[in-house]
Design a protein around this ligand. Structure first.
Ligand code: ZN
Length: 518
């Protein structure tokens, strides 16, 4: 399976597909003899960072470089390709993250390369290093001997100290485009003399999710067949990558328990790789999430997508160890569709709660209409409670779920009271940002700075963009009638039954997760 990957791993820049910007910049630097001493390769898994780093190591040492590209054939190139070159040192940041590991590099770095022109250090997953190790690395980067080149690779540049980043020249790697990956796979299968349906390859490319590495390893699995057809792909890559995974995910979203169970039963009878299947379902969810990000107004509710994702992600960990492979999947069905039931039960529960526990809610003004929504009035209008619920939820959700710091209660309440108006104001300016903010929650307000928690790094990054930040701050300031600033942090969505309200908390939170507006 990994054989194809090793066999066809690009050995020169010319063999690389995609990452044109990075490749061109590196070739140029090499051909004019101005390669930096420290490079930072940033990009998602499987986008070719390490492959590029190795090619660069060759280019720095190859005896027959042409236009900045190594020949791939000389002894040096071959030694590096085999991973046997003592002057090309690959370090996995995840397992060598301590200061002593970096010290070892420092101690040896002053020694000239034993054979090559340059000693090349490739540190993979460099963001995993400890703080002390970073400091040690920084010292090395500050005054590297002229024979040393550092290539730091990371999927999470935000975890790197700024001091490290500023010492490096940064190169950003993108995920492969489906079409690029397809082209790449077709080339390889042609070389392997394996017949294929273009449609089937397009499918593999799509499911590789932009990773050349994953695409190749999947291609390796289907390449043993006489011809790669849709059927072969479906049967080999996890019992119905497309069809059944898609159907299963749809059944989860639609709350169709019978169908979801039916799919799992059928697959387990046939004997299936549950890990691969769960991976396929996660890829489905990825597509749904991407569609949602691109068009927040369409598709399933964001919170539903997150919920299904969380459950399947947990399932992915479980299937690895479960002696009964379909069990974790059945658990997903129970979790997701059970919660949907909670939603149904919630109406009844909610009615009861409004009747009996309205004292647990703080009164919240309905800003837009200037009237109180939660009031004893509700109690007398149980026939209308379904419609009232919408408003109740909209206005009280933070009261129930968030427990503000004791000293900030009054100030934070101001934000709760105005939250809806802030969102409405913001909505006229930017719907997408409003959606992000709606998914988060205000956690503190000191009269000047509003702290908001969101649940995705992605959302935090977005809200911290200068333009967006200003936009949100202006909406808040307009509504609150004074200048305020926004602080965004990433929080964990927690449902913690701590008080005597625990059941209600859960019900409320379940309602929040599924929304009442779908
Ligand atoms: Zn060479």
């Amino acid at each position: 399976m990994a054989v194809l990957y090793r066999k066809y791993r690009p050995q020169t820049f010319a063999e690389m597909i995609g990452q044109d910007n990075v490749v061109n910049a590196l070739k140029k630097a090499i051909s004019v003899g101005k390669s930096p001493h420290a490079l930072l390769f940033v990009g998602p898994k499987g986008s070719g960072k390490t492959t590029t780093a190795r090619i660069l190591a060759k280019a720095l040492n190859c005896l027959n470089v042409v236009d900045g590209d190594p020949c791939g054939k000389c002894d040096i190139c071959e030694e590096i390709a085999k991973g046997a070159a003592v002057d090309v040192i690959e370090i996995d940041g995840a397992s060598n993250r301590k200061i002593d590991d970096v010290r070892e590099i420092r101690d040896k770095i002053s020694l000239s390369p034993s054979k090559f022109k340059k000693k090349v250090y490739i540190i993979d997953e460099v963001h995993m290093l400890t703080k002390e190790a970073f400091n040690a690395l920084l010292k090395t980067l500050e005054e590297p001997p002229s024979h040393a080149v550092f290539i730091l690779c990371t999927t999470e540049p935000e975890k790197l100290p700024a001091t490290i980043i500023s010492r490096c020249q940064r190169f950003d790697f993108n995920l492969g485009r489906d079409e690029e990956i397809k082209q790449y796979l077709e080339q390889i299968l042609t070389k392997e003399k394996v017949a294929f349906d273009s449609e089937a390859i397009a499918w593999v490319a799509e499911y590789a999710g932009g990773s050349f590495r994953d695409a190749l390893s999947m291609a390796g699995q289907v390449a043993v067949f006489e011809k790669v057809t849709l059927e072969v792909v479906e049967n080999t890559l996890g019992a119905g990558r497309s069809g059944e995974a898609k159907n299963f995910v749809a059944a989860l979203f639609n709350g169709d328990r019978e169908k979801a169970v039916g799919i799992i039963t059928k697959l387990s009878e046939k004997g299936f790789d549950s890990g691969e299947f769960v991976k396929s379902t996660l890829l489905e969810v990825k597509q749904l999430l991407l569609a949602k990000i691109n068009n927040p107004e369409s598709g399933y509710l964001k919170d539903d997508i997150i919920n299904v994702y969380n459950s399947l992600d947990k399932c992915f960990q479980r299937v690895k160890y479960s002696p009964v492979s379909e069990l974790p999947l059945l658990l997903v069905i129970a979790e997701i569709i059970e919660m949907d039931e909670t939603k149904i039960k919630r109406s009844a529960k909610e009615k009861a709660k409004i009747k009996t526990k309205e004292g647990n809610f703080r009164k919240v003004d309905n800003i837009s209409e200037g009237k109180e929504v939660i009031s004893p009035k509700v109690e007398n209008q149980s026939s209308e409670s379904e419609t009232m619920l919408e408003e109740v939820k909209d206005n009280t959700v933070y009261d129930v779920v968030v427990v503000p710091a004791a000293d900030g209660i009054n100030e934070l309440q101001t934000i709760y009271n105005n939250w809806k108006a802030i969102l409405e104001n913001l909505r006229t300016k930017n719907i997408y940002v409003t959606t992000i903010l709606r998914g988060g929650k205000p956690t503190a307000f000191d009269g000047n700075k509003v702290s908001v928690e969101v649940y995705f790094k992605l959302h935090q990054d977005k809200l911290r963009e200068t333009k967006i930040l200003k936009l949100v701050e202006s909406s808040m300031s307009e509504v609150l009638g004074k200048k305020v600033f926004l602080l965004v942090s990433v929080g964990k969505k927690e449902i913690t039954p701590t008080s005597d309200l625990s059941i209600d908390n859960l019900v409320e939170a379940a309602g929040e997760i599924f929304g009442t507006s779908n």
